[in-house]
Design a protein around this ligand. Structure first.
Ligand SMILES: N[C@@H](CCC(=O)N[C@@H](CS)C(=O)NCC(=O)O)C(=O)O
Length: 202
């Protein structure tokens, strides 16, 4: 498998999942603005959507949506417990979380990274993110270590990746103490440290 990534982007989530499973993989960095990979390949030709993460499987199949590849990676090694078994109530709960993170958190962050976004729209967007973080803060308020309980899952790798973006967007994560503690806990995981080092983030 080969993961195309951009440092600290949403591709960090499947990167962490790959390390957690011990699966064999390689990576290649992408300049998502120039649409070129670090070896000079035209990224449009690899993923016609032009964004990371992109996971190319050994048989050539190309996965182009983060929550799909996160689940694909988790299901490769069920014993790593990154996701409950498909078809179970627990899996549906995880799928709900993944879609929530993707559509309600991730995609609200995206305009904050664009110089073209008007400031008043950025303010509205930050308010939406704050509402989503309020919800996650309440979820974590019962003392659970991770989003679904005591087990680290792909949803945690994803939320860690997204909460890290507060550093670049002027959002103070300290406003959500449980979320801050969660991010600190996840940052200590060897898989997370390894992925961050590999992406040049530490
Ligand atoms: N729907 C995609 C969105 C991925 C996405 O937003 N990727 C960003 C980095 S976090 C990107 O590569 N943006 C460059 C672009 O859209 O041109 C997913 O959830 O995987």
């Amino acid at each position: 498998m080969k993961l195309y990534y951009s440092p600290a982007a949403c591709s960090l989530a499947p990167h962490i999942a790959l390390i957690e499973t011990g699966a064999a993989y390689t990576t290649e960095k992408v300049d998502v603005r120039a649409k070129k990979t670090e070896t000079g390949a035209d990224f449009w030709a690899i993923n016609p959507k032009g964004y990371v993460p992109t996971l190319v499987l050994d048989d050539g199949e190309v996965l182009t949506e983060g929550v799909v590849m996160q689940q694909y990676i988790a299901d490769l090694k069920p014993e790593a417990k990154l996701a409950p078994a498909r078809g179970t109530k627990e899996r549906r709960k995880l799928e709900e979380l993944l879609v929530f993170l993707s559509t309600e958190v991730h995609k609200n962050f995206s305009p904050l990274f664009s110089l073209a976004t008007p400031e008043d729209f950025k303010t509205q967007t930050k308010e939406k993110i704050a509402q989503r973080f309020d919800y996650l803060e309440r979820q974590l308020s019962d003392g659970r270590a991770f989003l679904t309980g005591d087990q680290f899952t792909i949803a945690d790798a994803y939320l860690f990746t997204l909460s890290n973006w507060t550093k670049f967007t002027g959002i103070d994560l300290a406003r959500w103490p449980n979320l801050t503690a969660f991010a600190g806990r996840v940052a200590q995981r060897p898989s997370v440290q390894q992925a961050m080092k590999a992406e040049g983030l530490m």
